[in-house]
Ligand binder design. Structure first.
Ligand SMILES: Cc1ncc(COP(=O)(O)O)c(C=O)c1O
Length: 384
């Protein structure tokens, strides 16, 4: 029966990150610098709120968009943090992680032949969803622009078929952010155009030494922007699966239909935990942020002292060093680093062809692990 499987689905490859994880599992003594999730436990008060929800039998379906309390807490949170104003009754949907938000956003806006402009290298989940919707990914090569998509690039790639521009900043895998000025330039290009912006801001609370800005806060942008956010990274809640989409009512009401027929609602228990996170844990990310910043500085300095070319990331918890000078492709390098150097990093090629020649290194690990990982990395490159 496999011949009857949807062709778009058949053509999708398993994520390069997953493929590499499977290989890493065979090397239990390797230092792992692969994982894209916080190494901190979920804050205790949030866990307690989850337990309480179970004890109080708050275990039924909720409204499709999520609990009223949660929608209010989520809109208050992004207003307080990023000066973004959304109506809690009509302009926010609670999703199953940011992942489901990305899915319902693309499924709501794309049609056969719709083009989506996105930066490369990029988080690998967007392209398969775009393709399953019949859309066409159009990459902006950001290797010469510090991994940041520019207003000029967007302008040159826009066609009559462009339906959406993807802005995934702070970026996984590069850790780059867009500054207020860079966003203003992009807004200038897009504000009079009939294209959506899908802004994946899941790392918005993990920006170092400066503020996070959302494209939706620029003149003329809110009406065309869908914001993706969530608690996975900010509150160390990856397994609770709570995300949000924020969009003007005339877009959100259509996304809500896709969401409703897809999942009905996010887990009620997780939603109650999320209410706690967004009301009593508004600044829970700040201690973690301080820790990540120290780790970023440590690993960045070590790589630079080894003569490795690397852009200093300003957000998320990844570094994306170039390994091109060693004459191996990203996968060969990552495999040899794993097998000979006993360090696991994700080959940059898992983040589109534009990541070839790079390695993604996560610093969501303790200082001890990072130190040992850097020592092993240094010893390994000395053998090349
Ligand atoms: C850029 C980006 N967007 C979305 C997600 C998915 O987040 P969630 O676990 O909330 O679905 C991730 C997870 O790593 C990510 O890096």
């Amino acid at each position: 029966m496999e011949h009857l499987i949807n062709t778009q689905v058949k053509n999708i490859q398993i994520s390069g990150i997953r493929q590499f994880f499977n290989r890493v599992a065979q090397f239990p003594d390797a230092i792992q610098l692969t994982i894209g999730q916080p190494d901190f436990p979920t804050p205790e008060h949030i866990k307690e709120a989850g337990k309480k929800a179970i004890a109080e039998n708050k275990t039924g379906y909720t409204k499709n968009a999520g609990l009223d309390e949660l929608c209010l807490a989520a809109t208050n949170f992004i207003e307080f943090k990023y000066k973004l104003t959304y109506n809690p009754k009509t302009e926010v949907i609670t999703t199953i992680g940011a992942s489901q938000g990305i899915d319902i956003a693309f499924r709501t806006i794309l049609e056969e032949g719709s083009e989506v402009i996105l930066p490369g290298p990029v988080y690998p989940a967007y392209e398969p969803i775009i393709k399953m919707c019949g859309g066409i990914p159009v990459y902006a090569d950001t290797r010469e622009t510090g991994f940041k998509i520019t207003a000029k690039q967007i302008e040159s790639l826009i066609t009559s078929k462009t339906r959406c521009v993807m802005l995934p900043y702070p970026s996984n895998p590069t850790g780059c952010i867009l500054t207020k000025t860079e966003l203003a330039e992009i807004a200038q290009v897009l504000q009079d155009r009939n294209v959506f912006v899908l802004s994946d801001e899941i790392y918005s609370e993990l920006v170092y030494g400066q503020k996070h800005y959302s494209i939706a806060s620029f003149p003329g942008m809110k009406e065309k922007t869908i914001i993706i956010n969530g608690l996975s990274k900010s509150h160390s809640m990856t397994g609770w699966r709570v995300g949000f989409v924020f969009a003007p009512e005339n877009i959100a009401k259509h996304m809500l239909k896709v969401h409703q027929y897809n999942v009905s609602c996010a887990s009620s228990i997780s939603q109650w935990a999320a209410v706690q996170a967004l009301t009593k844990g508004v600044d829970d990310a700040s201690a973690m942020r301080g820790e990540y910043e120290k780790r970023r500085d440590y690993v960045y300095d070590r790589l630079v002292s080894m003569g490795i070319e690397v852009v200093k990331p300003e957000g998320a918890f990844y570094l994306f060093p170039s390994i091109a000078k060693f004459g191996l492709n990203a996968e060969e390098f990552a495999i040899r680093l794993l097998e000979e150097g006993k360090v696991a990093c994700v080959p940059g090629s898992a983040f589109s062809g534009y990541g070839e020649g790079y390695l993604r290194l996560s610093y969501a690990y303790s200082m001890e692990i990072l130190e040992e990982g850097c020592n092993r990395f240094e010893r390994f490159i000395a053998t090349l």
